[in-house]
Design a protein around this ligand. Sequence first.
Ligand code: JCF
Length: 701
Amino acid sequence: MTQPDQKILDEVTRLRAELDDANHRYYVLDDPSLTDADYDRRLRRLQEIETAHPALVTPDSPTQRIGAPPDAGFPEIEHVVPMLSLDNAFSEEELAAFVTRVAERLEVEGDELTFCCEPKLDGVAVSLVYEAGVLISGATRGDGRTGEGITSNLRTLRSIPLRLRGEAHPELLEVRGEVIMSHAGFEALNARARDQDDKVFANPRNAAAGSLRQLDPRVTATRPLEFSAYQVARLKPDQGDATHSALMAHLGDFGFRTSSELAVVKGPAGVIDFCRQLGEKRDGLGYDIDGVVIKVDDLRLQRELGFVARAPRWAIAFKFPAQEQTTRLNDVEFQVGRTGAITPVARLEPVSVAGVTVSNATLHNADEIHRLGVMIGDTVAIRRAGDVIPQVVRVMGELRPSDAREIVFPERCPVCDAEIERLEGEVAARCSGGLYCPAQRKEALKHFASRRALDIDGLGEKLIEALVERDWVTTPADLFRLQAERLVELPRMGQKSSENLVAALSKARSTTLARFIYALGIREVGEATAANLARHFGTLEALMSAERADLEAVEEVGPIVAAHVHTFFCQPHNRETIDDLIACGLHWEEAAVVERPQPLLGQTWVLTGTLESMTRDQGKARLQALGAKVSGSVSKKTAGLVAGEAAGSKLEKAMQLGVPVLDEAAFLDRLAAWETGESDVEERGVTERDAKENSDPEDER
Ligand code: JCF
């Protein structure tokens, strides 16, 4: 082991600052500064140095977020300041009464009082202790006096600073807040769990609690948890903040996320207004809240008010209606999706859940029915949260009626009677009828006509159903043989709309290869993958004759997608449909990528900032199609930097190093020239010798 020299010490300091900053930007400010690849590269470098020089490891190093050995159990941690619960208000009258109570006790007018309001997050309350600015312990609320020490798990949350930001650190800071899982994180976690036959969580709060209670912090590290601070329990020395809201702003400076909805309002009217408005926003927040927390903003007045029993007199929780309700499961129907996946759908006795009437909920698949142990006639707990499809989360077993019926998963497709198969390693059961199954045909046609596919104006769901039911349309190619004279026979189709549809179909004949591939509805081939395939192969023939290995060479195509694409083109009926479509006049510009020149071969390019005409990924894909390597960091070997809006440090670095910089307009010009083969690389100032140098494998550093 070598002694670290000053250079190494400086590098460690710089890497830690950059990583802390990147975490803060990403997880607290929602304003990412580094790409994932850049972040990982720095983290690996820091790990490398710390492995070589273990004496340099500190508890607040970003490397310490993960990788701590599994804990044996959770120690008890006593809360020096007890973790309070809050009194509840269930109506606007009770809210007004709270304001009156506070005003009377303080002998002031209620209208004069200011309150700090924020959403009441529905997660797990935790308390974090920082000494001299460094996180030393974190615990759950427990019974309010003693909680479980889950420090190693909490360290894995990148929204929890391991070291407070800023130069002047308080001697002691104890911060309280809520650990939550967003709806998106929750859905992704459960989808993954269903795929892998793992435990499925009933709601985001359970998922957060379960994730924090993992004995192995490496598991917690994979869970999408976020911390939001809402209270300071201890702070030494006092930082002079006079109000709760100022204290929250101070926590922001220390590197914590606090509620983005936090607001200071006046009097009972201000409080009630805030609660109403947040109620309106509730569904769109992307995370669960169960109400509003309202606090007297003035900290001196808070002290004057003090506590009753275990709740403060200066705060209250206004509770929203629950997102979970119970109702009766009347029946289960089985729906067939575009790819034949069979989804059991619960038909429910309609019930109002947080302001919305729910009569259907998804049961996901056979495993889920089994896991829930649900039967028809059962009383079930259902949940809806924002955009998430209502779910059946629990069965009230004790309420099961004697005539409850078992849910029988069909063996044959309820629509076309073809056999239902369940492939090994797949959770979903699928109808084997393919495009012979009217349900799949309808879904496939809807997809084919959709805006991002062939964009056939006027060909909506109802019309497709009518066409399929009459057997006028079996394959997408049949669409192009429809004639206005016949279309008028359909319900709600006049002369004009029939002619319009035929015109729209005619227009849709001229498309792009990427849209065409997407329109085919190959499993797992979304818009981006279709575009990658089109760009890579250039022609439909090349794509259709590609082997799996060829397909796996395409950007972002893995073995599963490659297998789906390969299988799709192996099926004679799919090939026939494609031939038929082309015979009907479907066409697109051949991109001819295979023979396309690769003027940027051996060069490394970097994209930064926001482009207006395309996403960074699209820009990256186009550069790659021209042979370029695209990297996340600028070095002296970078051939060029594309700088969009709000380009930052990379632009600066490129200028320092004399790397050519293109703005978006110049980039588009160049792309057009390169892609049409009209550019002469020499003329653009990149010589052969440069190109060779640029292929140096070290250029990533
Ligand atoms: O978001 C919450 N669940 C939440 C809980 C927010 C707060 O401001 C709280 C809290 C529990 C106690 N404040 C206190 C004093």
